[in-house]
Write a protein that binds this ligand. Structure first.
Ligand SMILES: CC(C)(COP(=O)(O)OP(=O)(O)OC[C@H]1O[C@@H](n2cnc3c(N)ncnc32)[C@H](O)[C@@H]1OP(=O)(O)O)[C@@H](O)C(=O)NCCC(=O)NCCS
Length: 170
């Protein structure tokens, strides 16, 4: 299988925050943002693998900044590393200033998707070749995040998580 770049899966969803999507403080409801991120990540995973994809894990979410009612929110997702059947998807969330149009980073998240066949059995996907410095950094750190996720899910023994353990040496 030919390798693909993160740009080939990059997916951008831009939408408004409507009143029905807010909490009592009039900020975007966390679950609504999770759904938008899952949708963008799912399209990115499909673009990389060209297969049916399912969410295997939400590895990390940071709600760093509240997003007020009426904001224009952009969710940008791209595959950051491909393994055998699973892909790590990195998601950046941006909010656009109404007057200047300048975008500022509000949140980020990391999801894992798995490509499956019509019966739900995991299938092989193309490898990923990172290009920019940021893509290379995300690629390099993805293996230890995968190991952490598998350990937390009870699917890997901590003793086998070699990349993860290396973080805590010295
Ligand atoms: C995701 C799913 C296909 C994995 O099936 P499985 O029987 O665990 O399959 P495997 O053990 O062969 O794992 C497949 C891949 O997923 C990875 N994986 C599984 N669970 C994972 C987790 N919690 N975190 C990170 N990676 C995970 C495995 O490491 C493996 O990766 P690789 O092939 O790239 O090495 C299966 O659990 C599933 O269908 N889950 C439901 C998905 C779904 O419905 N999502 C929507 C939620 S409502």
């Amino acid at each position: 299988m030919d390798a693909k770049t993160p740009s080939e899966s990059r997916t951008t969803l831009t939408d408004l925050v409507l009143p029905s999507e807010t909490n009592p403080l009039n900020n975007l409801f966390g679950g609504e943002l999770l759904a938008r991120m899952d949708r963008a990540a799912s399209i990115a995973a499909r673009r990389h693998s060209r297969r049916i994809v399912v969410t295997a894990s939400v590895n990390h979410v940071a709600f760093n900044k509240a997003i007020p009612l009426g904001s224009v929110v952009t969710v940008e997702a791209a595959v950051s590393r491909a393994f055998n059947s699973s892909m790590e998807i990195f998601i950046d969330v941006w909010v656009e200033d109404r007057e200047s149009g300048r975008r500022s980073k509000a949140n980020e998240a990391i999801y894992t998707f798995v490509a499956v066949d019509e019966t739900g059995v995991p299938v092989q996907i193309p490898p990923l070749t990172p290009e920019s410095e940021l893509e290379k950094d995300r690629f390099d750190a993805a293996l230890r995040r995968k190991q952490l996720s598998l350990v937390l899910a009870g699917k890997m023994k901590p003793a086998d998580a070699t990349e993860l353990k290396a973080l805590f040496k010295d």
